[in-house]
Design a protein around this ligand. Structure first.
Ligand code: ATP
Ligand code: MG
Length: 400
């Protein structure tokens, strides 16, 4: 199969290339194995973004890779690969894989195992979207394109590699990944991709809970949360994954209002774009926040904390039964909400010791952020948020 080899028009800034990844690729090629950077990092560098992590694809098998790097371990069963560890950084090295076997007509095409080694070209073809199917050859400085990914990046368009309906049936999580890339990178979905998602949306319930959770976490983490959630709504995926959230958004839109969720996500996106990270708990607090507004919102009745906590529990039970959210994040998310009533009162001079204690809670900063998102959304409560911020800064300055 012929590949297009292209030198990027705007050469990658050497600062954006991870030097450890460069070392790993060099070691592999010097040992006689074909090896490239692949996937998200090549895509992000071509879009002028700093990649979050660097993945490597190679002709070496996991055992051969393991033998070359002392600081490595083989992981995964369904998808075996090698993690090469540098301090707290992990580089993923995966072996070129062949295409999934063509399935018999009528057979369930869901991919369960994916450990058949192949060539670079085959490896490109089994990836999800053309923009994720590009290799970068460090030695020659060229992008290797078997899938027209460069053309689609130029068109700012998300295309599946192959027929979208088939690719989504093989792995329904790819639908969420399409939403994530569209929202985060500001790209549009090809018409057939969009239509296939609308048609296959119900299949998302076949996907594994932890993978769905993982993709939701990632959808909300890099500045495209509002537009991604909007796409989830439009395609029907939200209604299937999180019907409670979809229902509350629909009710607000129908009443001619902009949902708080939407405005809070915009504020969260701004925060992330300005370079600050948001915890997973804060992201989920925004995602589910409008569901518990009647319990902890500004107009909620003043409930004893145990009663409020019990009601939150009741609302969340069906939602969390479907989503595999780590317990710690669930706990933090609840604390963020529970803290809102307290934050709506100014830090009282008389109760300074209590307020100082509150300030030291691990959820305090997230809870205050959430209050700021809400204040920005409703136009109310900003002076309280400012007062807490001043109080917090004063305490830090005083070494409290
Ligand atoms: P992110 O920036 O969110 O990490 P990414 O593109 O790097 O995005 P990963 O989940 O890290 O996504 O996966 C790395 C690469 O593996 C992708 O770029 C893609 O080529 C391939 N890939 C990941 N998930 C799938 C999938 N479900 N089906 C096919 N290929 C996939
Ligand atoms: Mg990645």
């Amino acid at each position: 199969m012929r590949a297009l080899r292209v030198r990027p028009v705007a050469p990658f800034r050497t600062s954006s290339l991870d030097q450890d990844a460069v070392k790993v690729v060099r070691r592999l090629t010097e040992s006689g194995f074909e090896a490239y950077l692949v996937g998200g990092c090549v895509r992000d560098m071509l879009l002028g973004l700093q990649p979050k992590d660097f993945d490597i694809a190679t002709a070496a098998t996991p055992r051969q890779v393991k033998r070359l790097f002392r600081n490595s371990r083989v992981i995964g069963r369904r998808f075996r690969l090698v993690h090469v560890v540098f301090g707290d950084k992990v580089l993923e090295v995966s072996t070129f894989r062949a295409l999934a076997k063509p399935h018999a007509a009528g057979a369930d095409p869901l991919i369960r195992e994916d450990n058949v080694w192949g060539t670079a070209a085959e490896d490109a073809l089994r990836r999800d979207f053309t923009l994720n199917g590009l290799f970068y050859d460090i030695a020659s400085g060229e992008v290797i394109d078997y899938v027209s990914g460069l053309r689609d990046l130029d068109r700012r368009c998300i295309e599946t590699i192959g027929n979208p309906s088939v690719r989504f049936r093989e792995d329904p999580v790819r639908m969420l990944r399409a939403m994530k890339f569209a929202g985060r990178l500001g790209l549009h979905l090809a018409n057939d991709v969009y239509q296939a998602i609308v048609d296959s949306a119900a299949d998302i319930s076949k996907a594994s809970g932890p993978r769905v959770h993982e993709e939701i976490v990632r959808m909300l983490d890099r500045g495209g949360a509002a537009s991604t959630v909007s796409l989830l709504e439009k395609t029907g995926l939200l209604g299937i994954m999180l019907p409670e959230v979809e229902a509350v958004l629909r009710t607000r839109w129908a009443a001619g209002e902009t949902p708080l969720t939407w405005k809070r996500f915009e504020a969260l996106d701004q925060m992330v774009m300005s370079g600050r990270q948001a915890s997973a708990a804060l992201r989920f607090a925004v995602l589910f926040g409008e569901l518990i507004e009647p319990i902890t919102g500004e107009d909620a009745p003043d409930l004893p904390p145990a009663t409020a906590a019990g009601r939150i529990e009741d609302v969340l039970r069906p939602v969390l039964a479907r989503l595999h959210m780590p317990r710690r994040d669930v706990w933090m998310m609840k604390q963020i909400w529970m803290a809102q009533r307290r934050l709506l009162h100014l830090p009282a001079a008389r109760k300074k010791p209590n307020s100082a204690l509150f300030l030291r809670r691990e959820y305090f900063a997230d809870a205050l952020r959430y209050l700021m998102f809400t204040a920005g959304a409703t136009g109310r409560g900003q002076e309280r948020a400012d007062a807490w911020l001043a109080f917090m800064r004063g305490s830090i300055a005083a070494g409290a």
